[in-house]
Ligand binder design. Sequence first.
Ligand code: SF4
Length: 441
Amino acid sequence: MNSVVKKVALKTIGCKVNQYETGTLRQSFSSNGYQIVEFGEYADFYIINTCAVTAEAERKSKQMIRKAARINPAATIIVTGCAVESNLDDIREFKDISFIAGNSFKENIYLIINQIPSTEKFPAIFTSPIEQIRQYKESTCYSTSNRIRGIVKIQDGCNQFCSYCIIPYLRGRARSRPVKQILSEINTLADKGYQEVVLLGINLGSYGNDLDDSQVSLFDLIRKIENITAIKRIRLSSIELPYVNKELINAFVYLPKLCHHLHIPLQSGDNRVLKLMNRKYTTEQYYKTVMDIKEQVPDIAITTDVITGFPGEDVNAFENTLDLAGKIGFARIHAFPYSERKFNLASFLPAENEEIISKNRSREIIKLSKELHKKFIFKNRGREGHVLIEYQGQKENTNFVCGLTDNYIKVYINNTSTPKGQMIKVKIVDGKEGYAIGEPV
Ligand code: SF4
C-alpha cells in the first residue's frame, strides 16, 4: 500500500549561516522521502529556523510560528535557532509547537522528530548550554539551496563579545569545521556544477584558531580550495578587522580564484563609540588596513556594516562615521539602527538616541552608500572580468542576462543567453545607479 508522502515547509529568519543550516535540514528531509513545499503552502511539518539578532528578527520569527499554525492547525511545528536560545520562555508559550530545538540540537532535528513521539500537551524541548559546546558539530547532510553560488559554513560561534551583540550568547564559543569536511562538501558542490562558493561563519576570520592543527588558517583553507579545478571563484562572507592580516591580504594578491570583495564591518567611525561597542580596533587602524588592501588590490570592493544610534553616539560621532566612510570610499554600506538586546552589555548604557534618530541616521548612511556605490561602478568602467549569471530576461525583444562580478558589481549584458550558474567574460562599458552595463569579450 502506497504511504502518503509527508510535506515539509522550512522558513529561515536571519543570516546566511542560518540559511545554510536550513539547507542541511531541507536535505535531511528530502533525502528521506519527504516533499519540500513553500512555507505558505499546506504541510505536515513546519520548521522555523529563528533569529534574535534584533527585536524585529525575533518578532518576525514568532509571526512565522503563528502563520504555520494558521495554515495547518494539525501540523507538527518545529522551532529552532537563536530565538530559542535567547527567549525559550516566550517560545514555549506557543501552544501549537511540538518540538523546540536549541542551536546545539538543530542538525539532529530529523532524527529527533522521527525517534521521539510528540506529546499532545507540551512541546518536547531539546536545549543545552550553548557556551559549553567546544567542537564544531557536522550536519548529517550538506546544505542544499537553489542558489547560484554554493554557500559553505566553515565556522560557528564567536569569542569577541561586542557590546551591542547577542550572538556569542546564542551561538557559543568560536569553533572551526575540519578542513576535510569542508573540502568534501565543496567537491560535492563542484560535481553539481557550482562554479562559485561562499565561505560562511559567525566570525569567519577566527577560522582555525581553535583547531589542534596549527597549520590551518583561513589562508591555508582558501589555498586548498583553489586546487579544486571546477571551482572558479571563492568568496568570503564577512571578516572582522583584527583578522585582516598580511597573510589574508596576500591571499587577495596571489590567489587568483579569491573574489576581490571583502566585507569588513566598521560599525562606527568614532573611537569613543568603538570603545563603547567593545570593538577591537580604532578608526585609524581600520583606515590604514583598508588603504593597505586597496593599494595592493586596486579593484577590490570593500563593503561594510554601520550601526546608527548606538548609546553614546552624538551628532559629532555620527559626523565622524559619515566622514570616515566617505574618505574610505566603500563600495557599499549596510546600515542598521541600533536594536537593544536584553543580554548585550550595551543594554546597561544610558540609551540616548530615540529610535527615530537611529532610523534617520541609517537613511543618511544608505544615501551615502548609493553615492559611493555609483562612484565604485564608474571607477570600474573598462574593467574586464567574469560575471556569474544569476538571471535571464527579455526587454523589448532583447535577451539579457545579469549577474555579479567578483568585485560585487551587478552587470547587465544584452543579446546573450548564457545560462544561470555559468560565467561569461565581459568588459564594463557603462555605469548606472546600482548596476553596470557589460559587453561580452
Ligand atoms: S564579532 Fe561582534 S558583532 Fe560579530 S558575532 Fe561576534 S560579537 Fe557579534
